[in-house]
Write a protein that binds this ligand. Structure first.
Ligand SMILES: CC(C)(COP(=O)(O)OP(=O)(O)OC[C@H]1O[C@@H](n2cnc3c(N)ncnc32)[C@H](O)[C@@H]1OP(=O)(O)O)[C@@H](O)C(=O)NCCC(=O)NCCS
Length: 223
C-alpha cells in the first residue's frame, strides 16, 4: 500500500541544499543581506550558511561571541559551562547560521577576504513537543552592535523563514537571569511557551524560578 503520509515541512526544509533553502525560504520582498548601524553608519553583510560549511576559525569566532555573553549564565546554572559540548552543539548538522560580517577590511588592509563575524543567529527546523517549530539556538551580537536594531532584524528574518517553511512557531530557550535578552524577546513579541518549566515549589511554599525559560512566538502557516 502506498504511504500517503504527508511529508513534514521541517523534513523538506532540512533536506534542501543551501542554495534551495535560500531560494525557497529567505525573504524575497525585504532586503536582508546587508545592515547599516544606525549610529556609526558602519556597514555589515548578512549571509546564510550551513553549520558544516563554517570554517574552524568562523566556528571559533561564533563560539567566542557565545562565551563572551553567556558563559556566566551557564556557569550559574545546574548544567554549568561545558565548552566542548557547546562547540559540538554548534556543529549540529541541521543548524543554519545567519552570519553578520563587518565590511571593514581586516587590519586596515585590502585582503579581499570576508570581514570578521561580529554577530550571528543559529536556528534549526525541528520537532519540539510534537510540533514543527523553528528553534533558535543562539543569537549573539558583539557589544558594539547591541541596541542597534540588528537583533530585531535577524529575528525578523528567522520568523520569515519559519513562515515560509510553514511551521507554527519560533521557539527558543533564554536564561531567566539574562534580563536584557528576556526584555528583547518580549519586546519583539515572544512570550512564555506552554511547555516552559514551571517554577519549583519549595517545602515552605516559596517558588523558585527555573534557570531558563522557553519562549515562543506564533508565526502561523505559509506566507
Ligand atoms: C539580546 C540581543 C540579541 C538583542 O539584540 P539588539 O540588536 O541589541 O536588540 P534591538 O536593538 O534589536 O532591540 C529590539 C528591542 O528589544 C528591547 N531591548 C533590546 N535591548 C535592550 C536592553 N538592553 N534593555 C531593554 N530593552 C532592550 C527593546 O524593546 C528594543 O526595542 P527598541 O530599541 O525599539 O526600544 C543582543 O543584545 C545580544 O546579542 N546580547 C548578548 C547575547 C545574548 O544575551 N543573547 C541571547 C541569548 S538567549
Amino acid at each position: 500500500m502506498a504511504n500517503t503520509k504527508k511529508p513534514l515541512g521541517i523534513d523538506i526544509a532540512n533536506a534542501k541544499s543551501l542554495f534551495d533553502f535560500l531560494k525557497d525560504y529567505l525573504p524575497i520582498d525585504t532586503p536582508w543581506t546587508s545592515f547599516t548601524h544606525p549610529a556609526t553608519k558602519e556597514k555589515y553583510t548578512i549571509e546564510l550558511q550551513n553549520s558544516s560549511n563554517l570554517t574552524r576559525d568562523e566556528l571559533t569566532t561564533c563560539f567566542s561571541l557565545v562565551e563572551e555573553s553567556s558563559k556566566g549564565d551557564y556557569s550559574a546554572s545546574k548544567q554549568g559551562w561545558k565548552p566542548a559540548a557547546k562547540r559540538r552543539e554548534m556543529r549540529l548538522l541541521e543548524l543554519k547560521y545567519l552570519l553578520v560580517r563587518s565590511t571593514k577590511p581586516r587590519d586596515g588592509e585590502e585582503t579581499g577576504k570576508p570581514g570578521d563575524i561580529e554577530a550571528f543567529v543559529s536556528f534549526m527546523p525541528t520537532i519540539e513537543d510534537d510540533q514543527e517549530v523553528l528553534y533558535v539556538y543562539e543569537i549573539h551580537l558583539a557589544p558594539s552592535l547591541r541596541r542597534s536594531g540588528l537583533g530585531r532584524r535577524l529575528m525578523g528574518v528567522v520568523e520569515s523563514v519559519a513562515r515560509r517553511i510553514g511551521v507554527e512557531k519560533v521557539m527558543l530557550t533564554c536564561f531567566t537571569r539574562n534580563k536584557v535578552a528576556k526584555g528583547f524577546y518580549e519586546g519583539i513579541g515572544y512570550g512564555k511557551d506552554e511547555f516552559s518549566p514551571l517554577p519549583r515549589v519549595l517545602r515552605d511554599g516559596r517558588e523558585v524560578e527555573e534557570a531558563y525559560v522557553i519562549l515562543s512566538k506564533r508565526v502561523g502557516g505559509v506566507e
